[in-house]
Design a protein around this ligand. Structure first.
Ligand code: ADP
Ligand code: ADP
Length: 218
């Protein structure tokens, strides 16, 4: 079964703005689906509906995921906690024992290439490294569904390229389902195995392009 299934989804805000009309899509485990389109076509609205932060006005959304994780453009790190402690936060709230918490955070930081930076505080890290800490924190939550709202939009080009490569590697390894919003067509094509193009007001999906993974999964 697909992790995220949308059928004929429409969204009209109380202001009268019709943001989305007849949007259908499917994201299965191991899929990283990108959504591209101009500002105002309803990409963020789509993601908010998928996360359950907002309700549809028509159509249906099915989410088969025990945990969903949301990654924003601005990494929301706690400045008074080290990278390691930021990543441990979710497990701390879940009551995971300390040794286990450490092990899981260390592993997540390794996955995003931050081994050696565990004790650094957010302000000591570069923008790219802060984004990696934020990504590691999402990974610790072991999401079945990960929703990304232009996470690399504020990064310089080189850092962005590195992050794209890393995210793709992590996706193939972890096999969760991902929906990734971006303004960048090249980012969408490089990163994902499906690209949905949105357009118009209200926004709708005008193209659905499969891009088979280039290499076998590990
Ligand atoms: P995108 O992410 O593609 O830039 P959005 O999903 O943010 O597009 O917005 C789609 C349309 O819905 C826009 O016309 C926007 O003004 C409108 N919109 C978004 N959020 C709200 C809201 N909370 N209330 C009213 N209108 C909204
Ligand atoms: P990115 O943003 O992708 O991490 P940067 O160009 O900012 O890339 O950093 C490149 C490398 O420089 C990092 O991987 C790290 O090894 C080192 N570095 C960057 N910022 C710091 C810092 N504040 N303290 C120590 N090393 C750093």
């Amino acid at each position: 079964p697909s992790t995220l299934l949308m059928r004929g989804v429409c969204k009209t805000f109380s202001t009268g703005t019709v943001a989305l009309t007849d949007v259908s899509l499917e994201v299965a485990a191991g899929d990283l689906v990108s959504v591209v389109g101009p500002s105002g076509c309803g990409k963020s609205t789509l993601l908010r509906l998928a996360s359950g932060l907002d309700a549809v006005s028509g159509g249906t959304i099915q989410v088969n995921a025990a945990a969903t994780s949301f990654v924003f453009q601005e990494p929301t790190l706690l400045e008074w906690r080290s990278a390691q402690k930021n990543v441990e936060l979710i497990d701390e709230l879940r009551g995971v024992p300390r040794a286990e918490r450490r092990r899981r955070a260390t592993e997540a930081l390794e996955l995003v290439g931050l081994t050696g930076f565990e004790r650094q505080f957010p302000r000591q890290l570069s923008g790219g490294m802060r984004m990696r800490v934020s990504l590691a924190r999402s990974l610790v939550a072991e999401p079945d569904l990960a929703l990304f709202d232009e996470p690399f939009g504020a990064l310089d080009e080189i850092t962005r390229l590195r992050m794209q490569t890393e995210l793709q590697r992590i996706f193939r390894l972890k096999q969760f389902a991902g929906l990734f919003i971006t303004h960048s067509v090249s980012e969408a094509v490089y990163l994902s195995n499906r690209v949905l193009v949105m357009s118009g007001r209200p926004g709708r999906i005008v193209a659905d392009i499969a891009i088979p993974w280039q290499y076998p999964r590990p």
